[in-house]
Design a protein. Structure first.
Length: 132
């Protein structure tokens, strides 16, 4: 048995994504009190685990949605991916939020080949396959 299965808890960890990118829709945003203060917690449609959203992820969401009002985040689709980040002097895996690209698509000239999709650091998967 894997340790992550024994100590799974209610909150997402980088291991839960199994190195993949997950597309999820925010169903609820709440503030919860933890030992080290209040934190934003994101709930996702059809998922059991929540994401304790750090300042970095909150800033990414607020900037990309154009609002710091967390009530307006409900219903928005985001991608969760694992990135290695520095924490207390060490590189550790962490969950990062990536917003769906909602920029208008500009059609390429007819003679030009269609643009190829850009690969993400981890493999995208359908949210129905996300293991959390």
């Amino acid at each position: 048995m894997k340790l992550n299965e024994v100590f799974s808890g209610n909150y997402l960890k980088a291991d839960d994504l199994q190195g993949r990118t997950a597309r999820v829709t925010i169903s609820k945003v709440e503030v919860k009190e933890f030992d080290d203060g209040n934190k934003i917690v994101l709930h996702f449609q059809g998922k059991d685990k929540q994401l304790v959203c750090n300042r970095t992820n909150c800033s990414i969401i607020a900037e990309n949605l154009g609002t710091q009002e967390t009530d307006e985040w409900t219903g928005q689709t985001v991608q969760l991916m694992v990135k290695r980040v520095e924490f207390q002097g060490k590189l550790v895996p962490a969950i990062r939020v990536v917003l769906e690209d909602k920029k208008p698509v500009v059609a390429a000239p007819k003679a030009a080949p269609a643009p190829q999709p850009v690969a993400l650091e981890s493999s995208p998967i359908d949210d129905s396959d996300v293991p959390f």
